[in-house]
Design a protein around this ligand. Structure first.
Ligand code: AMP
Ligand code: ZN
Length: 113
């Protein structure tokens, strides 16, 4: 298993768990781009948004729900935040395990990139 996020799920690479349930795990990004930068991932290895099956797609809603909860806990729910899911090379995805970035705590560009 050489997927870094699968290794985090398995506890083989340390992370700062902020939330977990049977299907979803959230932890601080190791290289934060904003004061609040949290990653929300499915525990199951899904390579990217482009690979998600119809059966798996409700996971995206679960991940967004977790993101909203963590945004409140981080104190950025009112000030605002952004959820980002990069898919594939042109989308800028580096880690090939589906993940959602929760970014907040500073004024982000009005443009998505
Ligand atoms: P992406 O460019 O969308 O694939 O984002 C991958 C993110 O994973 C980057 O923001 C990295 O900083 C983050 N990352 C990579 N390895 C780790 C790790 N071991 N713990 C926490 N975050 C990580
Ligand atoms: Zn994985």
């Amino acid at each position: 298993m050489d997927c870094v996020f699968c290794q985090i799920v398995a506890g083989k690479i340390p992370s700062t768990t902020l939330y977990q349930d049977e299907e979803v795990l959230a932890f601080w990004d190791i290289n934060p781009m904003a004061p609040t930068h949290i990653l929300i991932i499915p525990k199951k290895h899904i390579p990217s948004l482009a690979n998600i099956t119809d059966d798996e797609s409700p996971l995206i809603g679960r991940m967004a729900k977790v993101a909203n909860r963590l945004a409140k806990e981080a104190g950025v729910s009112e000030s605002g935040y952004r959820l980002v899911v990069s898919s594939g090379e042109d989308g800028g995805q580096v880690v090939p395990h589906l993940h959602m970035h929760l970014l907040g705590g500073r004024k982000l560009s009005a443009r998505p990139c």
